[in-house]
Ligand binder design. Structure first.
Ligand code: PBE
Length: 266
């Protein structure tokens, strides 16, 4: 019959996030590959979830640049659109990177960063608490208190230090706000002064490569941050995966009657 409240023809954009995100570059490639008529709107992670909330409240059409882990999948009924061209790649892993020399300068911090590894349930707990209004530091502290079994694996055999400082770079994506605050809390528990600094994606990579920041736990590979990784891989230290099975793509509410990015073609 046509003309349901959430029809694809009502879409006039793809709701994006910050311009530096890897998912934005992937979406520009998707627009080309699928020959879509929709412009990609640059905004922020917070503005994207607000737009999603508003559209869902009114059962309106919306398509966003989405990723997992993210609290939005627990809060709303959402689906990834199929990506037959494989633009968004397969599963991603999140890696921890440090500046060169951190292992010598701050071996205890380096050990904790190296050991840091958690699951989707873990990360979701922190993200959901923050989304429900808990301050990120407090949400991280609550999670650390409640998961001493996991945290003790990260700090196993690591000596206490005496107020040395460590800096962590991150981007204000919900997933990275959660992980960075948790790592900060754990480093503080072994005696570090930890400063966390939100910044644009490209600066996060540059800051590690140039030694301006000590570490970050927000490197999405193999695809999402591939360009940054290729630029800087010889100037940074990869401490390996801290999260397995992340994903990116185009996401719509379940009530939208489409299944594939191809269906976004007008
Ligand atoms: N994200 C979340 C980031 C990485 C973490 C998928 C929005 C990006 O696209 O660069």
């Amino acid at each position: 019959e046509g003309g349901s409240a959430a029809d694809v023809s009502d879409l006039n954009e793809i709701t994006g996030i910050d311009g530096g995100a890897g998912i934005m570059a992937a979406t520009e490639r998707a627009i080309e590959a699928y020959d879509l008529d929709l412009p990609l709107q640059v905004s922020s992670g917070a503005a994207m979830t607000e737009a999603l909330a508003n559209a869902i409240a009114n059962e309106e059409a919306i398509v966003v640049t989405g990723w997992t882990p993210h609290w939005k999948f627990g809060t709303y009924d959402l689906k990834y659109l199929d990506d037959p061209e494989g633009i968004y790649g397969d599963a991603e892993n999140i890696h921890t990177f440090t500046r060169e020399g951190l292992e010598d300068d701050a071996p205890e911090a380096n050990m904790v960063l190296d050991n840091f590894y958690w699951t989707e349930d873990d990360m979701n707990e922190v993200m959901v608490a923050i989304q429900d209004g808990t301050d990120p530091e407090e949400a991280a502290a609550d999670w650390v208190d409640g998961h001493s079994d996991v945290v003790s694996e990260w700090t196993d055999g690591v000596d206490q230090v005496n107020g040395e400082s460590v800096s962590l770079a991150y981007v204000s994506w919900d997933s990275e706000i959660a992980s960075t605050n948790v790592v900060k809390t754990v480093l503080e528990s072994i005696g570090y002064e930890v400063e966390i600094s939100p910044m644009e994606s490209a600066y996060m990579w540059t800051a590690i490569a140039e030694g301006e920041q000590d570490a970050m736990v927000a490197g999405w590979l193999p695809l999402t941050h591939e360009a940054f990784y290729e630029d800087y891989k010889d100037q940074i230290v990869d401490l390996g995966v801290n999260f397995e099975g992340a994903k990116t793509g185009l996401v719509v509410p379940e009530y939208m009657d489409i299944d594939s990015i191809e269906d976004l073609k007008s």
